[in-house]
Design a protein around this ligand. Structure first.
Ligand code: VGL
Length: 206
């Protein structure tokens, strides 16, 4: 079968699940409203789209000592309360996220702030971009937390790396309405396709 140019074959498309970790869900140190419901909805999406993706991967914020990322008086824009420290429950994936189909995990931010999953590496130190290219992936769908921070940064890098990039916004939740709006405008300008509305799957769309 030939492929339509606008529709990459499923084996060329990957799903990237960004930072669906306890600290970014309700009860976590930086819990985002709708995070735990979104985790469950992403699991349902994965279960429904087995034929749609050639690979499913997850990223995680995985801090050891990221210095100025964790000040005493965080501004919640560029600096943050302590979150996703290696060895803590907060760093673990949310239990609503079904990891069975997740082929590889990319960890980022050990000693520095790292918003984009493309700053991450697998356990054998392969970068996300190299890993995807090695599998012939040309197109990525991105979901996860938070729309206005790590999802945004991951999508911008995906597009810069040359992947045909879509954010499935329904399967994302964001921190604040104003930074979500700014992020969506920037993403559109950088050629990222936007599908749906932030928080829609979790029922917290603004
Ligand atoms: C994130 C702020 C700080 C995120 C991570 O996952 O969106 N946001 N670190």
């Amino acid at each position: 079968m030939t492929n339509h140019q606008d529709a990459p074959a499923p084996e060329q498309r990957a799903l990237i699940v960004v930072d669906v970790q306890n600290d970014f869900c309700e009860g976590g140190s930086m819990g985002v409203d709708g995070g735990s419901a979104t985790a469950g909805e992403i699991s349902a999406l994965i279960a429904d789209s087995a034929d749609r993706y050639g690979a499913i991967v997850a990223t995680r914020d995985y801090h050891i000592d990221p210095g100025a990322h964790f000040p005493n008086d965080p501004d919640f824009i560029d600096t943050w309360p302590v979150h996703c420290k290696v060895g803590t429950t907060g760093a673990e994936f949310h239990p609503n996220l079904d990891l069975h189909s997740v082929e590889e995990v990319f960890s980022k931010g050990a000693y520095t702030a790292a918003y984009s999953g493309f700053e991450g590496a697998s356990a054998d130190d392969t970068s996300l971009a190299d890993w995807l290219r090695a599998r012939g992936i040309t197109s990525v769908d991105i979901v996860g937390i938070a729309t206005d921070h790590c999802v945004r940064a991951t999508a911008l890098d995906a597009a810069r790396e040359g992947f045909d990039t879509t954010i499935l916004l329904d399967y994302t939740v964001g921190v604040a309405a104003s930074s979500i709006d700014t992020a969506l405008e920037q993403l559109r300008g950088e050629g990222v396709a936007l599908d749906g509305r932030p928080g829609a799957a979790a029922g917290v769309a603004r």
